[in-house]
Design a protein around this ligand. Structure first.
Ligand code: FES
Length: 382
């Protein structure tokens, strides 16, 4: 297997492509946003296939960073429950999976001045692709002598002295542990696919001996390792199955990263006849806020006739996404299911106008669905 991988990577690496990688990285203090520094890292290589973007992000305020992560969790709530079946429809063709990965090194400095460094697999094209992360379980038939995973890996970026690289799943070996586990998995489970990259592995050993019943867990991180380093890590992990003779069962949990294309939501905007503007379509991504997206594109939402809920007089401006002024109202003619459902407050404000939504309280791509939403802008003027 290693021979095959080496051959494939050598073929990739020997193709000369005179392209250098140029990355702009902004280093920002998230608390005050005052001490903004910028850095440009230029990595000159003979082939972009093994170019890495090295990003250093520093923060003096780790508590703020924690809050940012909480905001990301909120975006998941906004997107609603995502079915694996929906997400599978955004899988990429194999050719893009081989070429689509890049890597980033992130160094974080905690309040204690302790430094930690992570290396992350990221999409080369972050505009159109995103990385999905999930886990699969593979029970190992160790009592029948099948201690291997039964997964064929291939190195698509590498050749570096530090052992870093990008290794993806090429196939599963028929009859092996992975093959059997995937055949037994139900439809709702994620499965292993060509192009996935193993970023971590946990070995769970159920042991019954004179100390009683227990589960031993051993973990390894394999994100951004080249072929040799990744195989070494996995083989060492699996060798733990030889250290006990009273193993009841053994399961390996693989954490995988998968490249997917970003779903697209087209918003068709229709303007009141009095504005004499042709309809237009804007393309958004899941999690985009409708009001913000429209304002960023220069679309005026302010309805001077809106009846406000904050006690201010009509025509006194907008409430800045507070959900109180109704100046951002739109009428949804089609595709309302692609917007996050209205919460109780919005429902109360919009009583009597079931098609109307507050753009500031509408996020697109609910359930990671893509499609078209047709809306009338400034509905009071129709
Ligand atoms: S901006 Fe005030 S309700 Fe949306």
């Amino acid at each position: 297997m290693e021979k095959i991988a080496r051959k494939v990577s050598r073929e990739i690496l020997t193709k000369k492509e005179p392209l250098s990688a140029l990355f702009f990285i902004v280093l920002a203090d998230y608390d005050t946003m005052i001490n903004v520094a910028s850095a440009i890292f230029v990595l000159l290589t003979t082939s972009y296939r093994y170019a890495f973007a090295f990003t250093i992000q520093s923060t003096a305020h780790p508590t703020k960073r924690t809050r940012l992560f909480e905001q990301q969790a909120n975006i998941k709530d906004i997107l609603g429950p995502v079915s694996p079946a929906t997400v599978q429809s955004y899988n990429l063709p194999p050719s893009e999976l081989t070429e689509g990965w890049s890597a980033r090194i992130v160094t974080r400095i905690a309040k204690s001045l302790d430094e930690s460094t992570d290396i992350e697999l990221i999409p080369k094209n972050e505009k159109d692709h995103y990385v999905d992360k999930f886990s699969i379980e593979i029970p190992l038939l160790i009592n029948e002598g099948q201690t291997g995973l039964g997964i064929e890996l291939v190195e698509v970026q590498g050749g570096r002295d530090d052992g870093l690289g990008v290794v993806i799943v090429n196939s599963v070996i028929p009859g092996g542990n992975a093959d059997r586990a995937l055949k037994n998995a139900n439809d709702q489970c994620e499965t292993l696919m060509y192009g996935d990259s193993i970023v971590a592995a946990d070995l769970l050993l159920s042991i019954r001996d004179n100390k009683g019943d227990r589960t031993d867990v051993t973990s390894v991180k394999t994100e951004c390792l080249g072929y040799t380093a990744m195989v070494d890590q996995l083989v060492e992990l699996l060798s733990n199955t030889n250290e006990h003779d009273k193993i009841d069962s053994a399961t390996i949990i693989l954490t995988l990263k998968r490249l997917r294309r970003r779903p697209k939501i087209n918003i068709r905007l229709e303007y009141p006849p009095s504005q004499n503007l042709p309809p237009e379509t804007i393309a958004l991504q899941p999690g985009d806020n409708l009001r913000l997206a429209m304002l960023q594109r220069g679309i005026k939402l302010n309805d001077p006739l809106a009846q406000r809920y904050d006690g201010k007089p009509t025509g006194s401006g907008n409430c800045g996404s507070g959900g109180l002024c109704r100046t951002c109202s739109v009428s949804v003619l089609r595709g309302g299911e692609l917007l996050s459902p209205p919460k109780a407050n919005e429902k109360k404000i919009m009583e009597g106008s079931p098609r109307w939504r507050l753009a500031c309280k509408s996020w697109v791509g609910y359930g990671m669905q893509e499609g078209e939403v047709v809306i009338q802008v400034n509905p009071r003027q129709w």
